[in-house]
Design a protein around this ligand. Structure first.
Ligand code: BJW
Length: 233
């Protein structure tokens, strides 16, 4: 990995598939016949808050039944051992990267184990069920909602991501379909700043043509092999 010092890694639902968490698109997808971009919106939340809150309550509770897989563990090892800059940007709302031990990471699409106040914007750790109308500790409004970035809402920490992409020597995308922006555009952004780009995915994605190289296979096999290569072991 000559000349590589700063790495940005983007992960998607595919990295958690081998832990037993369904991906969004494709057969058996999480939204079962609905297009995620039709149902995962602020309008859907406003129309049926009980249904949407319940959906996320079930997924939050299901986190107790899954654990990190070899791909999450390999990225946590990279985080511990890589001497240069590293940022793992996950689109996932599960907590498997941090449970594997990754620290230099962020959740751009929110977190299941967090609640967001729709009135004041406060975010707080949340592990129980979250019924509609739960009051915010900070402003008192009965406005806590799942801390999930819906379509049409701004993903978190975009400035930090853009700054990391601008400094990256290598951008790696793992287990994401390249169907959702702005994440799907990171490969071209990183390239414009001069980074090399690599995709690790089960199959070719909508964005594959943009990458310098694509390796196909399950993340649980590809990611540990790639991390060993990067760390020279
Ligand atoms: C494996 C594997 C294994 C399987 N090993 N791999 C037109 C053009 C451009 C943009 C837009 C547009 N129209 C609208 C937009 C914007 C919109 C958008 O992108 N829409 C598209 C439908 C076109 N985006 C937004 O609204 C975003 N906000 C925004 O743009 O704000 C404005 C802005 C302006 C300027 C700068 C910045 C922002 C918000 C997007 C929010 C997405 N939220 C969700 C919901 C989470 C809720 C929940 O969990 O319930 O996030 S949608 C859903 O998709 C989720 C995911 O994070 C996201 C991406 O999915 P992901 O991870 O790629 O999963 P899959 O299932 O699609 O793919 C899995 C992949 O894994 C596949 O490739 C498999 O092959 C692979 N795989 N098993 C390795 N074992």
């Amino acid at each position: 990995m000559d000349g590589i010092r700063n790495i940005v890694i983007l992960t998607g639902a595919g990295i958690s598939a081998e832990s037993g968490i369904a991906t969004f698109r494709g057969p058996g997808g999480l939204w079962e016949g609905h297009r995620v971009e039709d149902v995962c919106t602020p309008e859907a939340l406003a129309a049926d808050p009980v249904l949407v809150h319940r959906f996320y309550d079930l997924r939050r509770a299901a986190l107790d039944t899954v654990r990190p897989n070899a791909a999450h563990e390999a990225l946590a090892r990279l985080d511990r051992e890589w001497p240069g800059e590293l940022l793992i940007v996950t689109q996932n709302v599960d907590d498997l990267h941090e449970r594997a031990g990754a620290r230099r990471m962020l959740h751009m699409h929110g977190e299941l184990r967090s609640a967001l106040c729709a009135a004041c914007g406060e975010r707080r750790a949340w592990s129980a069920d979250l019924p509609p109308g739960t009051a915010c500790d900070v402003c008192g409004a009965a406005a806590l909602r799942p801390d999930i970035v819906f379509f049409g809402e701004m993903p978190y920490q975009m400035e930090r991501i853009e700054a990391a992409l601008a400094r990256a020597d290598l951008f790696v995308s793992i287990g994401t379909s390249g169907a959702v922006y702005p994440a799907a555009g990171f490969v071209r952004g990183a390239q414009a700043y001069g980074a090399a780009t690599l995709e690790l995915n089960l199959e070719r994605s909508e964005g594959s043509a943009w990458f310098d190289a694509t390796r196909l296979g399950p993340a649980g096999r590809l990611v540990p092999a790639w991390v060993a290569e990067v760390l020279g072991s």
